[in-house]
Design a binder for this molecule. Structure first.
Ligand code: SAH
Ligand code: SF4
Ligand code: F3S
Length: 440
């Protein structure tokens, strides 16, 4: 029988990308074919995100397009998953009755069964159950390995920041068995992977309860992973300041493989706003974490997420955020206007700052961060950097390119033998994100 073709579209964070890769893996195992084009696909899968505004509109806009394709071919199956699917559930059927399957963030690995069931019964399916860590068992079907890979270690969130939808769509924090994490990384290491990024909504909340009643915490997991000799660089996203404990900071003292670049979202520099956001730390506590890290790594670079225009954010609050940005000298940021999320406490808070004013604040913030990014890059001029070589440079096919520890792309003249390796490069030219270098 001809293999059915699946087209997968993914929005949102790396967790969704990861989930989509599980979907692709498991469907391929079950005799489906992944198609990179909509054309001629038999099954359409949409993996949605609801972190900021217009998530619903975006979803129905996309589904409207697929509806037209389905009108020409009634046999097409449409499945919607991800965070909007969990949030909206069966309401999606009401607005888009032509879709066939709705599945939750914890149900991705069940998709082949759900598709089979739909083909058999022709009845629409809603499957949004929390199956805990079951899906983590479906990673291991990789055929092609890159030099860097992402490994999921935990999922979900218990923090309930007042603005955020994630705890409602991803469920409570749940840690994957450390043995399964280690064995996945061992396989990656044996296949040439040099860098891994540990993934989770709050990676530093990782804690796995062993049979003997003892727990493996995040710092311990980092130490275990660092013992795998082929893995040369360890990164992680995202960690939360409220659990960035002493034992994690000490890992920076002991393990050079942990990169000197940390994404630690602060969201705001005003204690009043942090409290309204329910972030569980204040500005001083955040600064303390960073100074402790600097003690062990004087060159560490910090990046952050910021929310601008949170309800009640005054000019003074915004100035406090700007002050913190200078003090920490953040290297990069993901910064967005606050977007009320249905059902969250913040969506009921009074907000009297105009959109225009908010946009201006965001602009000022982003300009400032851009300046800092450039100045961090300039500091790299004439230094030696270890670069993980990806392959031919997209800017100039006569050159190779790769990444430094702090995520800068470096272009340089090299040869095939350097691809997939970490090589020492002297930086000879800099711009904000791109550097030109020379092999040492
Ligand atoms: N768990 C991580 C962040 C995950 S969500 C942490 O707490 O640091 C990724 C980012 O999306 C957040 O850091 C925040 O800056 C942004 N975000 C979440 N909800 C938002 C909302 N309602 N409006 C605007 N930005 C939001
Ligand atoms: Fe959302 Fe806060 Fe959880 Fe991060 S910690 S995912 S911002 S609720
Ligand atoms: Fe979006 Fe869900 Fe990720 S809301 S950012 S896809 S956790």
């Amino acid at each position: 029988m001809k293999k059915k073709k699946i087209f997968i579209k993914t929005w949102g964070c790396q967790m969704n990308t990861y989930d989509s890769s599980i979907i692709a893996n498991i469907l391929q195992k079950n005799n489906y074919k992944i198609s990179s084009k909509e054309k001629n696909a038999d099954i359409f899968v949409l993996n949605t995100c609801s972190i900021r505004n217009k998530a619903q509109e975006k979803l129905f806009h996309q589904l409207g397009r697929w509806k037209k394709i389905k009108e020409k071919n009634k046999n097409i199956i449409i499945a919607v998953g991800g965070c909007v699917a969990v949030q909206e559930g069966k309401k999606i059927f009401d607005r888009a009755p032509y879709i066939n399957i709705i599945f939750g963030t914890q149900n991705v690995h069940q998709l082949p069964i759900l598709i089979e069931k739909y083909i058999k019964n022709k009845l629409s399916i809603l499957e949004i159950n929390n199956l805990k860590t079951e899906k983590f068992n479906f990673y291991d079907n990789k055929k092609i390995f890159k030099t860097k890979e992402i490994v999921s270690i935990m999922e979900g969130c218990n923090k309930f920041c007042s603005f955020c939808i994630v705890p409602y769509t991803r469920g409570r924090e749940i840690s994957r068995n450390y043995k399964s994490i280690i064995s996945e990384i061992m396989i990656l290491a044996q296949n040439g992977v040099k860098e891994i990024t540990l993934l989770g909504q709050n990676v530093n909340a990782y804690n796995f309860l062993k049979k003997n009643g003892k727990k493996v915490y995040f710092s311990k997991l980092l130490r275990y992973i660092s013992e795998i000799s082929q893995i040369k660089r360890i990164k992680f996203i995202t960690s939360h300041p409220c659990e960035f404990t002493e034992d994690i900071i000490e890992v920076y003292r002991d393990i050079p493989k942990i990169v000197s670049f940390l994404h630690l979202p602060v969201q705001s520099g005003s204690n009043k706003i942090l409290q309204l956001m329910k972030r569980r730390y204040n500005v001083n506590q955040y600064k303390e974490i960073i100074s402790k890290l600097i003690k062990y790594r004087n060159n560490i670079q910090i990046s952050s997420d910021f929310i601008i225009g949170f309800p009640g954010e005054t000019k003074e609050d915004f100035q406090k955020t700007m002050k913190l940005i200078s003090e920490i000298n953040f290297d990069m940021s993901f910064s967005f206007l606050y977007s009320p999320r249905p059902g969250t406490p913040a969506s009921k808070m009074k907000d009297n700052v105009s959109l225009e004013e908010k946009k201006e604040r965001l602009y000022i913030l982003q300009e400032k961060i851009n300046e800092q990014t450039l100045s961090w890059s300039k500091k790299m001029l004439y230094t030696k950097q270890m670069v993980l070589v990806d392959g031919p440079s997209k800017k100039n096919i006569m050159q190779l390119s790769g990444k430094t520890e702090n995520n800068r792309t470096v272009h340089f003249k090299g040869s095939k033998k350097h691809i997939g390796k970490i090589v020492p490069i002297k930086i000879i030219e800099t711009s904000r994100y791109n550097l030109q270098g020379k092999l040492i």
